[in-house]
Design a protein around this ligand. Structure first.
Ligand code: PRX
Length: 672
């Protein structure tokens, strides 16, 4: 128990403040709303919307979505089960596509698709074209016998047909389960088995670093023992010869009546429009599997009603999306960020988005910057790991391109080190763009803690809970922590796009998110992250609950030590683990990736350890520093400290097939 009571120490206090420009503040979407409502300050507005969250989410639902039938009740909250917009009928595909295609945005571009091969042309897909393709594929799925409530697994790269497949499912009320195309056949298999999918949609292959690579063979392997799968629909993307199983496998272009694959240009004869299925707002829209602390992935369930509202609203408020913006969220659609901010959020707003198929550094580190320049991207959203990769590559890459179209930047997925934040602002943002550091999760469906364009920023902080949320940091007794100390991020109230359940595992849903504070404050959502608040109320995320170190009674976030290391000019990236120690409980061991051109000299190790001590204090002093070329990461870029720790301590590393770079595990040394 004593261990649990230890407080988290904040060892570093950020003092730099970055104010938004007057122009940004005055013209922002959120400021227009505040003026209309008569709010005098951001603080007052955030507090009021938290207190009146039901009223707030009702107004947002009226503003951002069209409903076939109104709700009888905004919220029914029987903790831990929430039902939003009770009794309403809607369809998120209708909100994302149909209403734009039938209205003023019919010729507006929904997606600018940039293929990875440099010799393939960029394709602009209008809302009416998207409408046509979604209708065709929706009809195709129906012809295969897919009905409302059936599950469809989608295992595809970043191509527009992936969006079509998701939207077509939503349109007919089928539940999509997108599986990241970087997962192996084994990962796909367990997700198909769990979801009992009727259809799998995939491609022959995809392009990666200039090469066409096969994908369909993984599906064949993954479906050898999945009796639920009746058909596999295959998009011809990479021109790879793949075996097609007779009676089961169908070419996508044939199913939807196109003469040739990949055809976004010609207009095939009109097809009868298909009306979107009127869905109950609580009907399931998708399942997305995410990893938890145990090995088995959890199928997170999300619903139509919530998804009609919060991805669009948060995108409009946080990233200030206006009619002429060009939005680029670099996330893969295989993750929640892709679901909410590549597909549903931007489409529901009628925005124009970039969809890029490939690697950020192919054919060189200039690729992303070139895409920004050529397409005049105005709002850009990526992950800290990508930013650190560019930092390592060097500032000469962004400097080669005209990035002046950018007006707002964002980041997600892990804590961003203040040094990376500053670099991002300077070299992507020309020292003028504000950075929206958005904290959220697969479970939340949308941003929960994030700046708005009107918020003064502190590097490395996602600032405050967004309007309409009641987020706080609790100690173990459900008391809000005092400024400077840390605890668990919790939500005291529900929100429209929160997860509704774990697919077929109600017990685990209750246990993981709601049991911790149930006896004290039932209905408190435990996010699973540690955070601190400073004296001004700014949040700093310390990482997952299982990624907090304990050194001599102090809890120290791995991320905090890594940040300190990365702030040294010779360090590109760092991963920190705790090694059991008889006296201190744990001591800190750091694995450091040096910047290109820096020699891994032994005498640099104490220099780095001292640097950490000077930034964070003696308690955070890394006892041992190792130099490595790479550290194990998930495909979404998260450093897998658990794997590093197991390898370094000589324990079994478990299943590492989902890692982006499994070979890096071998290079982690055994520590003494
Ligand atoms: O630990 C937090 C971290 O990512 C976790 C959620 O991961 P996932 O469900 O894969 O979703 C990632 C994309 C939303 C959180 O529990 N995380 C996410 N955003 C941030 C973050 N950590 C620090 N800062 C963030 N902005």
């Amino acid at each position: 128990m004593a261990e649990q009571k230890a407080t988290t120490s904040v060892l570093y206090e950020e003092t730099r403040i970055f104010e938004p420009s007057r122009d940004l503040v005055e013209n922002s979407n959120v400021m227009q709303w505040m003026k209309k409502k008569g709010f005098k300050s951001e603080r007052e507005m955030r507090a009021w919307t938290g207190q009146h969250y039901i009223q707030f989410w009702a107004e947002m639902a009226e503003t951002y979505a069209d409903w076939f039938e109104p709700w009888a009740q905004v919220l029914e909250w029987k903790p831990p089960y929430a039902r939003w917009y009770v009794g309403a009928k809607c369809n998120v595909a209708y909100n994302a596509v149909d209403r734009h295609a039938k209205g003023a945005r019919k010729d507006k571009v929904a997606y600018i698709f940039v293929p990875e091969p440099v010799d393939q042309p960029t394709i602009k897909i209008t809302y009416s074209k998207l409408y046509d393709r979604v209708n065709r594929f929706a009809a195709g799925l129906k012809s295969l016998g897919v009905v409302k409530g059936d599950r469809v697994s989608i295992y595809m790269p970043m191509i527009p047909e992936t969006a079509v497949a998701m939207l077509a499912c939503a349109k007919i009320g089928a539940i999509h389960s997108v599986v990241f195309s970087g997962f192996s056949a084994g990962g796909l298999n367990s997700r198909i088995l769990d979801a009992e999918s009727k259809v799998v949609v995939t491609t022959d292959g995809f392009f990666r670093r200039g090469k066409p690579l096969p994908l369909k063979p993984n599906v064949d392997e993954a479906t050898s023992n999945t009796p639920s799968v009746q058909n596999v629909v295959v998009v011809k993307r990479a021109g790879i010869d793949v075996p097609m199983k007779k009676g089961r496998d169908i070419w996508y272009h044939e199913l939807i009546g196109l003469k040739k694959p990949d055809d976004w240009v010609t207009d095939p004869p009109d097809i009868p429009a298909l009306e979107a299925e009127p869905m109950d707002s609580e009907d399931r829209l998708f399942i997305l599997y995410t990893s938890g602390t145990t090995g088995k992935p959890k199928g997170i369930e999300h619903v139509h009603g919530g998804y009609c509202v919060t991805p669009a609203q948060t995108l409009a408020w946080v990233f200030d999306i206006k009619e002429d913006d060009i939005w680029w969220c670099t996330a893969d659609v295989g993750w929640i960020t892709g679901h909410s901010y590549v597909i549903y959020g931007p489409l529901c707003l009628g925005a124009t988005s970039i969809l890029y198929e490939g690697s950020p550094d192919y054919p060189d580190f200039g690729r992303w910057f070139k895409i920004v320049e050529e397409n005049k991207v105005s709002v850009f959203y990526t992950a800290p790991t990508a930013i650190r990769m560019f930092m390592k590559a060097g500032e000469e890459w962004p400097k080669k391109y005209d990035l002046s179209s950018l007006r707002l930047l964002g980041t997600v997925g892990e804590p961003i080190n203040p040094e990376a934040w500053i670099w991002y602002r300077k070299f992507f943002g020309n020292d003028k763009c504000q950075i929206m550091d958005t904290w959220w999760q697969t479970e939340t469906g949308c941003f929960l803690i994030s700046p708005l364009p009107i918020t003064p920023l502190k590097p490395g902080s996602p600032t405050f809970p967004l309007p309409g949320f009641n987020i706080d940091i609790y100690d173990e007794d459900a008391n809000p922590v005092s400024p400077g100390s840390g605890g668990n991020i919790i939500s005291m109230t529900p929100w429209p796009s929160m997860l509704r359940a774990f697919y077929r595992d109600p017990e685990r849903y209750n246990k993981e998110y709601w049991s911790t504070y149930w006896d004290i404050r039932p209905g408190t959502y435990l996010a699973g992250d540690k955070a601190t608040k400073d004296k001004d109320g700014y949040f700093t995320i310390q990482g997952r609950i299982d990624d907090v170190l304990k050194v001599a009674g102090h809890r120290i976030s791995n991320a905090e030590v890594e940040s300190a290391l990365v702030s040294h000019p010779k360090v590109a990236e760092a991963a920190v683990i705790g090694k059991p120690d008889e006296v201190k409980g744990e001591v800190i061991v750091a694995f450091v990736i040096l910047k290109t051109g820096v020699e891994p000299a032994d005498d640099l190790k104490p220099v780095l350890a001292k640097h950490v001590r000077s930034v964070l204090g003696p308690v955070a002093y890394p006892e041992v520093v190792y130099f490595v070329n790479d550290v194990p990461k998930t495909r979404s870029g998260k450093i897998m400290r658990r794997v590093i720790k197991a390898k370094a301590l000589g324990n079994p590393v478990g299943d590492i097939s989902a890692l982006a770079n499994p070979e890096s595990v071998d290079a982690i040394p055994l520590i003494k």
